[in-house]
Design a protein around this ligand. Structure first.
Ligand SMILES: NC(=O)c1ccc[n+]([C@@H]2O[C@H](COP(=O)([O-])OP(=O)(O)OC[C@H]3O[C@@H](n4cnc5c(N)ncnc54)[C@H](OP(=O)(O)O)[C@@H]3O)[C@@H](O)[C@H]2O)c1
Length: 326
């Protein structure tokens, strides 16, 4: 690589801090700039992480000539406009999950990226965690035979705060978009785009899905059975089950470092330590793609991100869950 990718971050919140920590472990990256709606918050973040350039206003970050790539770390409803702002400024973009609030928004962002011929990728960090890369390898080798079922859950119990990101409809809150997307993305990685979609949600007092169960169906009969919650602390486990065996990922599967291959009475444990805090791997993928002159990643292509958004739109339509900005 000619030089390290010079990163800027939009939105100085919680996940921005995790990503900034992760960049310290990314061989390919350096964090050079932060953009916040408030100059003061940008300066505070810059001091915390030793970042040289603190911008008040996202436009100033997007137009910073010292920045190669921007990580979008704002709530879901801002992803579309923040991504387009950066693409128009010819910055590569790594946009937090969910990519957007819905598929029509994702289409607009992807169209803009293709028009500008600028790189963009959904920041589904799980895809790049070494154990998940090994899972893909094992499945490719037929370690469990033909995959018949994916089971995954991701749920946590947020405090009751209808104005907070987890439960606020104005911030596209709710379990499906916040954490259900991980299971849907895992199912997509293993089984491809779902042909049939169904599920049930509990829509709570703030008007968003506090917990949900989703079943995705595939031609040939494979199923994905997925559970998510923002008011329900679920075990956080996943399994990929095939005709010859299964692979089990334990608690915190979306960023874990171990999995067990079970075939009859045989059990094989794979332990693949994660370096850094895990966010470094998606940054390294962006760097690889940029060095290769790519405008999207083969590991999570834009059409797949769009298919995931369409699946979530269909599920929400069945529940009658529409956000105020839709
Ligand atoms: N990959 C993961 O593991 C993971 C984990 C958590 C969250 N996420 C994703 O990351 C995104 C941000 O989540 P977070 O937990 O970091 O949220 P957060 O702590 O609330 O931070 C979001 C930041 O976005 C900016 N922002 C811009 N417009 C805003 C608005 N109208 N309301 C609130 N904040 C606004 C704010 O920064 P400034 O005021 O500095 O501009 C805020 O600090 C979400 O899309 C979420 O799905 C991913």
């Amino acid at each position: 690589m000619a030089h390290k990718v010079r990163w800027g971050i939009i939105g100085a919140g919680k996940i921005a801090r995790k990503f900034a920590e992760g960049l310290r472990f990314a061989k390919s990256a350096e964090l050079v700039a932060i953009g916040s709606r408030s100059k003061e918050r940008a300066e505070q973040f810059a001091a915390e992480f030793g970042v040289g350039r603190a911008h008040g206003g996202y436009e100033n970050l997007a137009s910073d000539g010292e920045v190669d790539a921007v990580y979008i770390a704002t709530p879901h409803p801002m992803h579309k406009s923040n991504s387009i702002l950066c693409l128009e400024a010819h910055k590569a973009v790594l946009c937090e999950k969910p990519f957007t609030v819905n598929a029509p928004e994702a289409e607009q962002v992807i169209a803009e990226a293709r028009r500008q011929q600028v790189f963009i990728m959904e920041a589904m960090w799980t895809r790049f965690i070494p154990v998940i890369a090994k899972l893909r390898e094992l499945l490719g080798q037929g370690a469990v035979g033909e995959v018949r079922m994916v089971m995954a859950d991701f749920g946590f119990r947020a405090e009751w705060d209808p104005r907070g990101r987890a439960l606020n409809p104005a911030l596209a809150g709710g379990a499906l978009l916040d954490v259900g997307v991980y299971g849907i993305s895992l199912a997509s990685m293993v089984l491809g785009a779902a042909q049939r979609v169904t599920g049930l949600a509990h829509i709570g007092d703030s008007g968003v899905d506090e917990q949900a169960a989703v079943v995705l169906g595939y031609d040939g009969g494979a199923l994905a059975v997925l559970v998510c919650g923002v008011r329900t602390d679920t075990p956080g486990e996943a399994s990929v089950i095939g005709t010859e065996g299964r692979i089990q990922l334990g608690r915190g599967w979306w960023h874990g470092s171990a999995m067990t291959l079970v075939r009859g009475k045989e059990r094989e444990i794979f332990e693949i330590p994660t370096e850094g805090n895990g966010f470094n791997y998606e940054a390294d993928e962006v760097a690889r793609c940029l060095a290769d002159g790519k405008t999207e990643s083969d590991v999570i292509p834009l059409d797949e991100t769009l298919a995931i958004m369409r699946t979530m739109d269909e599920i929400r339509a069945q529940w009658g869950l529409k956000y105020p900005m839709e």
